[in-house]
Design a protein around this ligand. Sequence first.
Ligand code: ADP
Ligand code: ZN
Length: 216
Amino acid sequence: MRTIMLGAPGSGKGTVATKLAVVYDIPHISTGDLFRHHIKEHTSLGKQAETYISAGKLVPDEVTIGMVAERLQESDCADGFILDGFPRTINQADSLDVLLAKDGRAIDLVINLMVSDETILSRISGRRVCASCGQIYNMKTQPSREDGICDLCGGSLTQRADDAPQTVLKRLETYRVQTEPLIEHYTEKELLLEIDNEHSSAITVQTIVAFLAGLH
Ligand code: ADP
Ligand code: ZN
């Protein structure tokens, strides 16, 4: 299964993709996570990406597409993958088609997660991430047992730098202008599945699994 998760920042792409990756035993590839890893390791790619990310802008396509192309060549992608946060522009979508076609591969499903603006803002403002293991919490809806401490590893919970309020507004604008056109793009290709992710990600995952089971 070769899938793309679409949706606004804070729509829950990462949470849903993580769960689907477990169900189907395929890698969850988040470009945001790949960039944050590069930034943490101070690589040259990380340095290039950081300025754009902290301004709420997209990292240039040349950098992003090259990084994803490399990742998709790895052997764990042979039986499928879930892309989270890529493509984010029509140009990225076209490049993805080209690079998959080289190995006779193609995308078979694009899942668009739908949530209200109000929910997006509340999810992002409450989001906390474990600095050690990356586990995601929400202060309001999914708090850790102990304030500021990860349940899984005891690491400390931090806010993503680009979750600061001004950057969030810029990210939402970037999404509307550059990424939202992909919804129509994939509708035209008859690949789009729209799912309400306003409430529980567990129900969203069940709905997707039931849909895919119905296809076979
Ligand atoms: P979210 O979906 O919540 O905005 P991500 O973790 O997916 O968060 O992305 C964080 C940031 O990384 C984005 O705001 C953007 O700057 C950069 N980024 C991620 N994926 C891409 C992409 N496909 N193209 C360009 N920039 C990207
Ligand atoms: Zn942790």
